[in-house]
Design a protein around this ligand. Structure first.
Ligand SMILES: C[S@@+](CC[C@H](N)C(=O)[O-])C[C@H]1O[C@@H](n2cnc3c(N)ncnc32)[C@H](O)[C@@H]1O
Length: 331
C-alpha cells in the first residue's frame, strides 16, 4: 500500500504581489538578491591561509587573529560571556532610544543582529575588515567591509557607537576614540567594552612560573611589539575624557577563567571564558608568535597544549578584568 501525503499549499506573502499604479504587476526580487549577495569584491574574501588558519584579506596582515569558523565560534562565545558579565544586556549606557547605531569592528555581527532585533526602530551598521557576517539578518542591520583606522566618512552622525573587544586591533587608540567622538551626534553616546588581558588570582594560584604566565607574557609582548595594545581596558577612560566626552562612567568587572567561582552567574561566565580561551589559544598565538617572534608552528602548538592543561586545572583560580566605559558627547 502506498500512502501519499499531499504537501500543503504555500501561502504567498502579500508583500510580493505588487500591483503598480498602471495596473501592471511586474516586480522582481532584485532588492532581495542584492541584499543577499555580499557587496564586497572578490579580493576582499580571497583570504590568506597560514599554518592551517584563515586570515582577513582586506588590509592584509594588520590584524593578528584568524577570521575562520573556529574564531567566529569563539567570538560568539565571548559575546554571550560579556552579555552575562554586564547583567544579561547588550550594553550599559543610558541611551534613550537610538536610531542610528554603529558597531565598530563587528566581528560575526552577533551584537549588531541582536540589537537589530531588540530595537526594530533603529538602523544598525557594523563594519569589519572581514565580511564574515551572515547574509540573512534583520532588515535594519547592515554590514560593510571597512578599516576603522582609516578616516571615517559617514554622512550622518550616529546616536550610539559601540566598540567591543578591539584588543590586538588598534594602532592608535586616541585617534580611534576621537573619530568616535566626531562620529556621534551631540547628546549621543559611546560605549567601550575592553579587556585587560593580564591574568591574576586572589588566592595566589596564578604563579609567575606557570606555563600560563609564560605564554601570556609572550603573547602580550609580541602584540605590543606589533604596535597593537592587547590590554586597552584600563586606559579607555582616559582616552574618552581626552577626546572631549562628558558623563563618563567606568565599570570594572572581574571575569573568571573556568567555572571555579561559587556564585552561579560567575560560574557560568567562567565556563564561557574557559571555552573561548581554550578555543582561542592557538588562534591568538599563531600569527604573532610565528611572524613577530619567528617561532615554528609546532613550538606554538606545544606551548598551547601546556597552557591548556593548566587552564583546565581546578586548582587555578585565574581571572582578568573587563572595563566598560560609556560616555556622552556634550550637547
Ligand atoms: C576580537 S574581534 C571582536 C568582534 C566584535 N566587536 C565583538 O565584540 O563580537 C575584533 C574584530 O575587529 C576586527 N578588526 C580588527 N582591526 C580592524 C580594522 N582596522 N578595521 C575594521 N575591523 C577591524 C577584526 O576583524 C575582528 O572581527
Amino acid at each position: 500500500m502506498v500512502t501519499t501525503i499531499e504537501a500543503e499549499a504555500i501561502e504567498i506573502d502579500p508583500q510580493t504581489q505588487v500591483v503598480n499604479d498602471d495596473g501592471s504587476s511586474f516586480a522582481d526580487f532584485t532588492d532581495e538578491l542584492n541584499s543577499f549577495t555580499t557587496s564586497v569584491t572578490g579580493s576582499i574574501s580571497k583570504y590568506p591561509f597560514e599554518n592551517g588558519r584563515r586570515y582577513h584579506a582586506f588590509k592584509s596582515g594588520t590584524y593578528p587573529l584568524p577570521n575562520d569558523e573556529l574564531e567566529a565560534e569563539r567570538m560568539n562565545v565571548v559575546h554571550h560571556m560579556l552579555k552575562k558579565a554586564i547583567g544579561d544586556r547588550l550594553f550599559v549606557a543610558p541611551v534613550p532610544e537610538p536610531h542610528r547605531i554603529l558597531d565598530v569592528g563587528t566581528g560575526t555581527g552577533i551584537w549588531a543582529i541582536e540589537m537589530g532585533d531588540a530595537h526594530p526602530q533603529a538602523e544598525i551598521l557594523g563594519n569589519d575588515l572581514s565580511p564574515i557576517q551572515p547574509s540573512w539578518v534583520p532588515p535594519n542591520v547592515r554590514f560593510e567591509v571597512d578599516d576603522f583606522e582609516s578616516d571615517w566618512a559617514f554622512s550622518t552622525p550616529f546616536d550610539f557607537i559601540f566598540l567591543r573587544t578591539l584588543y590586538f586591533s588598534v594602532a592608535d587608540w586616541p585617534r580611534l576614540v576621537k573619530q568616535a567622538y566626531n562620529g556621534v551626534k551631540p547628546g549621543g553616546w559611546v560605549e567601550f567594552q575592553e579587556l585587560d588581558l593580564q591574568y591574576y588570582s586572589e588566592d595566589g594560584s596564578f604563579k609567575d612560573s606557570s606555563a600560563m604566565a609564560g605564554w601570556l607574557k609572550i603573547l602580550l609582548d609580541s602584540s605590543r611589539n606589533a604596535g597593537r595594545d592587547p590590554c586597552p581596558g584600563p586606559k579607555v577612560e582616559g582616552w574618552v575624557k581626552e577626546a572631549g566626552f562628558r558623563n563618563v562612567v567606568h565599570q570594572k568587572i572581574k571575569v573568571p577563567i573556568g567555572p571555579w567561582a561559587k556564585e552561579k552567574r560567575q560560574k557560568d561566565i567562567g565556563l564561557f571564558n574557559l571555552v573561548q580561551t581554550l578555543d582561542g589559544l592557538e588562534g591568538f598565538s599563531m600569527r604573532l608568535f610565528t611572524n613577530v617572534l619567528g617561532w615554528r608552528p609546532e613550538e606554538v602548538e606545544v606551548m598551547c597544549s601546556k597552557v591548556r592543561v593548566e587552564l583546565k586545572s581546578k586548582s587555578n583560580h585565574v581571572m582578568y578584568d573587563l572595563h566598560v566605559v560609556y560616555a556622552q558627547k556634550p550637547e
